[in-house]
Design a protein around this ligand. Structure first.
Ligand code: ZN
Length: 263
């Protein structure tokens, strides 16, 4: 029963993420808010159309006006949202961690698709993430937030700084050696809210998983799409997948690793 309620809730959450993720680039680091529209004929979508699974199966994902397949992306967003909320529920039940990570993942799903389409991670999504991170920080002062794996008040702060500072230094070195922005600064900033949500241990796990997933995606792109190593492949989606995996299995992965390396 809770799964059914959660699924219906996920459709509406997916609708909100669709509206957030449907935007157009404004400049280097920012995007404008726009109402979701058909990419082919610019017709604005109705709310009912964005409750996507309904529309996807009735109209086979096609625009009513121009018949182009515009609902593929909204369908992916809704499906991703559904998978995320149900896995979080199965892992955490209706606990504070469920709600915290549902908030983080909702922002990250929008990041996933915006970065994939526009190679941008909008600052206002980062700010929304920081807002949620602030709540987690204060919660941790009074109650246990299990993914931190200890009760230290500074744990989330170190988490927010750790990976982002390391990436920032790598980015600066890359700037001197290769004379290009090898490490996108949007990726660096994204690890600040993620680190506060995950604490310092799990943000390291998240970074390592993201790097592995990012490398695999790059290899697949090079083999199947003929892209060269130097061509920009957005790292944002890899960070989102790495973080989601860490939320679900990070502590198990860390324990397994420690067991494996103790003698
Ligand atoms: Zn259309």
């Amino acid at each position: 029963m809770p799964i059914i309620i959660l699924s219906v809730f996920s459709l509406f959450l997916g609708l909100i993420i669709n509206i957030v993720a449907s935007r157009i680039p404004k400049g280097e680091e920012d995007v404008s808010w726009v109402w979701p529209f058909c990419g082919a004929c610019s017709r604005k979508l109705t709310l009912l159309e964005m409750l996507v699974p309904v529309n996807f199966f009735i109209h086979k994902g096609k625009c009513k006006k121009c018949s182009s397949k515009v609902f593929v992306r909204p369908f992916q967003i809704t499906l991703f949202t559904l998978i995320v909320s149900i896995s979080l529920y199965l892992k955490f039940g209706l606990t504070i961690q469920f709600f915290a990570f549902l908030l983080l993942m909702s922002i990250l799903i929008a990041v996933f698709f915006i970065d994939m389409d526009y190679y941008i991670i909008p600052d206002d999504l980062l700010l929304a993430g920081l807002g949620g991170a602030l709540i987690v920080f204060f919660y941790n002062l009074f109650y246990e937030f299990p993914i931190f794996m200890d009760r230290a008040w500074w744990n989330p702060l170190v988490g927010g700084a750790l990976v982002s500072i390391v990436l920032f230094i790598i980015g600066i070195i890359g700037l001197f050696i290769y004379k290009t922005d090898a490490m996108g600064m949007g990726d660096v900033k994204l690890f600040v809210p993620i680190g506060i949500f995950l604490g310092w241990r799990m943000v390291v796990v998240s970074f390592i998983l993201s790097a592995i997933i990012g490398s695999l995606i790059s290899i697949v792109f090079m083999i199947f799409k003929g892209k060269k190593l130097k061509e920009a492949i957005p790292f944002g989606p890899a960070i989102v997948l790495g973080t989601f995996t860490t939320i679900l299995f990070g502590i198990d992965i860390l324990n397994w690793y420690l067991q494996f390396n103790s003698y």
